[in-house]
Design a protein around this ligand. Sequence first.
Ligand code: SF4
Ligand code: SF4
Ligand code: SF4
Ligand code: FES
Length: 982
Amino acid sequence: MAKVAIDGVVQEAQPDELLIDLINRTGGLLPHVCYHPQLGPVQTCDTCMVEANGRLVRACATAVADGMKIATKSAKASAAQVEAFDRILSNHLLYCTVCDNNNGNCTVHNTTRLLAIEHQQIPFRSKPYEVDNTNPFYRYDPDQCILCARCVEACQNVEVNETLSINWEDPNPRVLWDGGSTIGESSCVSCGHCVTVCPCNALMEKTMLGHAGFLTSMKKSALSGMIDVVKGVEPETGYGSILQISEAEEAMREHRIRKTKTVCTYCGVGCSFDVWTKDRHILKVAPEHGPANGISTCVKGKFGWGHINSEDRLTTPLIREGGKFRQASWDEALDLVARKLSEIKTKSGPDSMAFISSSKCTNEESYLMQKLARAVIGTNNVDNCSRYCQAPATAGLFRTVGYGGDSGSISDLEQADLILIIGSNTAESHPVIASRIKSAHKLDGQKLIVSDLRENEMARRADLFFHPKPGTDLVWLNAISRYLLDSGKADKRFLDQWVNGLDQYRKSLEPFTMEAASRITGLSVETLTTAAHLIADAKRVCIVWAMGVTQHNQGSDTSTAISNLLLVSGNYMRPGTGAYPMRGHNNVQGASDHGSMPNNLPGYQSVDDPEVRSRFQQAWKAPLPSTKGLDNHEMVEAIHDGRLKAIYLFGEEMSIVDSNANYVGDAFAKLDFFVVQDIFFSNTCRYADVVLPGAPSLEKEGTFTSTERRIQRLYEVLEPLEGCKPDWKITQEIANRLGAGWHYQHPSEIMDEIASVTPMFAGVNYERLAGYKSLQWPVAADGTDEPLLYTKRFAFPDGKARLFPVSWVGPTDQPNAEFDLHLNNGRLLEHFHEGNLTYRTEGIQEKVPDVFVEVSPELAEERGIQSGTWVQLVSRYGRVRVRALVTDRVQGRELYMPMNSVESPVNRLTSSHTDPVTNTPAYKEASVHMNVLAEVGESPLPRINSRFGHPTPQKGVEVERKWKRQDYTQPGNGLVQLQTKT
Ligand code: SF4
Ligand code: SF4
Ligand code: SF4
Ligand code: FES
């Protein structure tokens, strides 16, 4: 600890702590405008000047030193602060009373108040630029921009999209997008980082404009008049009285603006934020305190909430009658559901029914769904969509290290020396995690290897990018493991101490020489050796993988090979190391954790373990089935076979997201009774007998578990839309009509029950999760959680990990003479999955209006295709019509089709082949024939899509360029005395 005297009071400081953090931490009131703890010092505003041992320094850029004497209020420091802030005011029209940003958190307003500024020395000078309104979600007003460059730092070094810069040398500097484009046509991905950190109203969410204030919805002309009035009285009254009026208006806002914490409903990163609402209008999403994301979001979490107030929300139950749906009351619909389920159970037995939970719903809802299946109906036929994506990764980790979750946290990914990404389009599918990796790579020297079929953004940034033949990842992974063992580069000490099964594993690697791997994968021995050396030489390695690995017929084995490689190279048990399968949906981890699986009760406790069953039987007061039930894939087969008669499903668009969608649809059409609970009339609803209107995440309480095993609470932002109910309430009402006698009043009671029957969650309760608090499972009874797993032992009885031999079989559904092209598929940044939620946000639809198929330039030339050409893709299982997008992201005869379509879903083309371990469909193994149609339309991606932009990477803010300006001097040198209130 260092001792620092601040204005005569000695304070204890952490070594290397920034002065500004020390002053803020110990209650000082130092003005500062450009500093943001999550951005670090950008040093553009100069308002944080203090005297350190008699010399003026910026407190945000000065580290403490033992014995330092700091004066924050000396004449010299105060004059410098005021002078610096006066320069800021010359860039900003202070009209707080009629400003949508007047919400108590405007840094410019608050600093004017703190410094008691009454009059400006340097008058406001308008900048010769128009307001830029070309982005659908936010606007930039140059006249309000104080050139603090927080936005630039956030875009360059936090999000690392590298769109923003400031033309410091220009007579009239401003923020630039792609060096001078409009926002709409730039590379901006609308992640919102810049808007979130802007300290004033220069960058504002459009949903705030005209809505936040009492006087801000006026016509522009009237507003300008008001601003003129405010400015007109300023010379006489000074700012003090103007600020008083605006603060009164701000206080009135507090009564009608609600700020409620929630967790993002889209991907598995687990971003959390406050949602600001006025009645049902969403004013903005404000990320700041989220343990996974801080100030970060992507376009979906920041702006993708159009589905909440969409006019086509389901608001009343529907019953199919005479081939048509009619509206029904809740009582009628629920009575019908209960009666039909009872009848089918009596007639055909409990195993003739199945239950499908949702990875969009909460942990508590998933728990109730499987409890309904098991304790009320008496079947283990229950599953969730992790079957479609993450089950193979879970299986690979269970085989080797013992827990089916990411072995560490996002912070471990930041600390790693080397990240290996395999089959994960991280920048689009898990954007906030990608930004952490991009930042560590850009700023901290982290190395990055990417293996993928497409040259996605991470591949473009990688130190080493390679493109193996589809479906051959297992081969090169095994070959690298063998190479490390053979060349003495494996971590022998780690293997000796912590790992079982080395001999058998070594033997299994015999076929995997570098030469054999090169033949099968198409990668050169040199590339494979380079990768092996990079892994061996790095002190801390993390491997990130996703559906490019798991959605193959050997998804589980390839995930196992990844974990084996981490064990061979000693990359578990330490910060900055480990296995990171990227969980897709917001709660795909939690849906499985909480027992919506055919073989496991909550906490991965096996249904065939008598001790486990008897514990649950006692708690649930019901006998429980002991044999594994049907998974999603088997359910479809069982319907076709006539064994499965009824399904109750919530929150899953299964008719489109399951592979071989035509086959799945045909199955649903055969069901005797099908209940679908959703917030929209989805494609799956078309097959239903009863449709029940559930509630989206913003309209309920509960918890989600993110990819880093982080359990977080969501609070009710808005009351459920009239006619809708939170899903846990609906499930409870169905269960009670079937005689369950459940009495849950609040999801916290469900969580208490979960904790009481699940050792993995023993210490989880709502109090420990209050606000932004979170827990990363396993959670001991005393509340201790494990952000990093396996720090003391692996999760097997002897505490040791297990090398698990895997051999190579090869992919299914290979191209042949008829189906000559390989079809890959996956997500897009802007849309989530099929787009049922995201198409309801206008701005997202504007940026990506439709689905497309990516075609390589060489294939396009061969077939006479251009962007916009309509093609028909025909596979062994179905066909779709779609426009082509010619791009070098794909190569040769490999196509890529994103999933964002309900009308032309890629899964009409995929097969029913699965990974035999988990029954996960081999989505990524598809081959097609392409018919080029005569029509040529517009390019399916409009010019305003960020992919057409031209980023301008730079080190960061580059404030040194500002300091070199002829008209710049560090404030305080002239000891200018400005007019302030004493
Ligand atoms: S990408 Fe766009 S929204 Fe995100 S920080 Fe950069 S400029 Fe702002
Ligand atoms: S737009 Fe950027 S530079 Fe301008 S005030 Fe906002 S954060 Fe600062
Ligand atoms: S979609 Fe994922 S990355 Fe984007 S805001 Fe939501 S949780 Fe964060
Ligand atoms: S806060 Fe230190 S220079 Fe802006």
